[in-house]
Structures are given as C-alpha cells and as structure tokens.
Design a protein around this ligand. Sequence first.
Ligand code: SAM
Length: 217
Amino acid sequence: MDDPIQRHPTRAEQLDIITSVIAETTRPGAAVLDIGCGTGYFEHLLAEKRDDLAVTGVDMNEASLAAAAERFDGRGDYQWVKGDLRAPGEISLPRADYRVAVTCLTFHDLADVEKQAVMSWITGHLARDGMFVLMDRIRLTEPVLFGSQIALWNRLERVHGFTMRAADSFEAYEADMASNNRPARLVDYQTWFHEAGMVSQLLHLHGNIMVMAAARL
Ligand SMILES: C[S@@+](CC[C@H](N)C(=O)[O-])C[C@H]1O[C@@H](n2cnc3c(N)ncnc32)[C@H](O)[C@@H]1O
C-alpha cells in the first residue's frame, strides 16, 4: 500500500517509531485504537510487525473507512467505526480497555478545545497503564526563530528531494492557519496531557512534527 500522504520526508521514520513501540510493548490480542485512521495506512504498517492485535480505526470519512475495511477484510481483528472527533462523546467504541491509542496527523484538524476533549475521552478508554501516542505538526510561534525552520525545510529538500515546506515567511505561515490547520504548541500538549491525568514524554521531534507518548496512571 502506498502512503496516501506524500511530501512528508520524516513521516516514514516516525511511523516506524510508533509501530515499533506498539509492536514491542503489547501482548497478543491487545486492543489498539487509531483515531483518524483514514484508509488504514497506519494499520498496514503495523500489520507488517504485528498481525495479532485487536485494532479499532475511527474516522469521519465513510469512503476512507470503506477502503480500510475492504483492505483488511478477512485479515484479523479489525473494526472500523464512523465518528466525528468534534463530538467524541457520541462515538461508540467497541471497547474501553485499549492498551494503545494512536493518532497520526489528525489533531491539527481540531480546535484546541476539541483536542483537549478528545484527549480526555481517550483517557477514559485506555486500560490502566495504557498509552496514547500522538503524532502531529506542532505550532511554530516564534517569528525570530522561523528562519531555522526554513533552513530545516531547505535541508529536507536537499536530502530527500521533496519537502513539506508550509510557508516562506512567518507571516505567510500564520496566514495559512485554517479550520483544518490548527496545530497546537508542544507546551500545550504537555499541559493538556497532565490535565487529562496522563504523564507524557516526547519520543521524536523533527522540526515541527512530533511524536509524543502519554500514559494513563
Ligand atoms: C491527514 S489524514 C491522516 C490519516 C492517517 N492517520 C494517516 O496518517 O495516514 C487525517 C484524517 O483525519 C480524519 N479526520 C479529520 N477530522 C476528523 C474528525 N473531526 N473526526 C474524525 N476524523 C477526522 C480525516 O478524515 C482523515 O482521514
């Protein structure tokens, strides 16, 4: 399966980090929840390492869920649930004891208050010591440091031949913020995890894309 999200040179490494962490920290049959699963690319990568997990994918896009369901038909324990993360309380998940919840490049679609609501909703669906792994872009807030991000995008372009450059100036970056492009600050994620009753730790950061793990105590 090809990655449906291109122009993202560090994505393969970050997805490999997340699937490696899940593969090494779960027992057979452990429940895994993927929030904003799309067409199931993450599940495809995870299945290359572990095909004995009980996976639930949630997304609001019916066509994506149908494509995922077709891809995994007859291949193990996969459930695909339609749900809108802007109203998490209305999503009916098949379980409340997920060992791992994961979300990749989806949280920036949500307003900050919606992100926090999803974080506490997830906390309520994790097993004790369950882990939530969040991968997403983080918000760049310092105009004086924006040149270093541009240099990073330039380097990615040189090394990989493509890039995920978002803007050529801080003003253009700010102007590009929209209802489907609202990354949160790293420090806010740390605070929100704490408020949701979780401890958190950064697993990987490349420029403005982070992978953070949080655990329910
Ligand atoms: C950029 S895609 C990422 C897909 C997948 N996680 C991946 O990394 O390949 C974002 C996904 O989030 C889903 N999404 C965005 N907002 C959502 C919402 N409010 N409720 C449920 N899903 C949402 C989209 O339908 C889309 O499938």
